[in-house]
Design a protein around this ligand. Structure first.
Ligand code: ZN
Length: 160
């Protein structure tokens, strides 16, 4: 099961200020749906919106199919043997993080700021999420940064 969403938890949402789908903290929920969120990049508060305006359902290939909405009628049963894909992904992620971040000198980390431009492999120190490594550059001004507890999509190269 996907981890349940709750106030104080995290969710990917469209940021009305950054104009990107980014990691957000959930401020308020109605039932199982986030309604107010805080952008982890610019700290603005706004209504939750799962996708960019005008976007249709996500085209396949997204790495996080599990976030949010109902998955009641997915296609057919799947056999589960050994660790699930999700569990495997968590194990791989933690191993990658430890290999990349453990034992690195403090001076190798750059403080995270939206105005910085990051490259794949850069070590990042984030004021909320701690140490991480840039694992992917994403389209638009976004990077995927692997932190100890989760990978997050954050903005970079933004000019205020
Ligand atoms: Zn934002």
């Amino acid at each position: 099961m996907a981890k349940p969403l709750k106030a104080g938890g995290e969710v990917d949402s469209w940021c009305t200020k950054c104009k990107l789908v980014l990691n957000h903290r959930i401020i308020a929920m109605v039932g199982t749906t986030p309604v107010r969120v805080e952008c982890s990049t610019c700290n603005s508060h706004h209504n939750f919106r799962a996708r960019a305006p005008g976007d249709k359902a996500p085209a396949g290939g997204s790495s996080r199919a599990s976030s949010g909405s109902s998955s009641a009628s997915s296609s057919g049963p799947r056999s589960t043997r050994g660790p699930t894909k999700a569990q495997q992904a968590v194990m791989d992620r933690e191993r990658t993080w430890e290999k990349s971040v453990n034992g690195r000198a403090v001076s190798e980390f750059r403080p995270y700021r939206v105005s910085e431009i990051f490259e794949e492999g850069d070590l990042v120190r984030h004021s909320k999420f701690g140490d991480g490594i840039v694992t992917r550059l994403l389209e638009g001004k976004k990077v995927e940064i692997l932190f100890k507890d989760d990978a997050r999509t954050l903005a970079h190269g933004l000019v205020d």
